[in-house]
Design a protein around this ligand. Structure first.
Ligand SMILES: [Zn+2]
Length: 79
């Protein structure tokens, strides 16, 4: 029998291979949909003070924007 997970946001049970499973600090975070995952992300960001996570969030945003700029540059070259 396939392993089952329980969504920690809405409680829905779903089979392995579906949904989003993350492990953070030894805790399994199971979400049956990206909607539930984003709900949890919002709760997390509401709870963690910006002086704890702020620098990491800023850096991640910058890294992602940099990647997007690279992609756009590559696209522009092809045309
Ligand atoms: Zn859910």
């Amino acid at each position: 029998m396939k392993k089952k997970h329980k969504c920690i946001v809405c409680g829905r049970v779903f089979p392995e291979g579906q949904g989003i499973i993350l492990t953070y600090g030894g805790v399994e975070l199971a979400f049956h949909s990206s909607k539930c995952a984003s709900k949890f992300l919002k709760q997390l960001l509401d709870r963690v003070p910006p002086d704890v996570l702020g620098d990491y969030v800023k850096r991640l945003v910058e890294e992602n924007l940099e990647k997007l700029r690279e992609l756009e540059k590559r696209k522009a070259k092809k045309i």
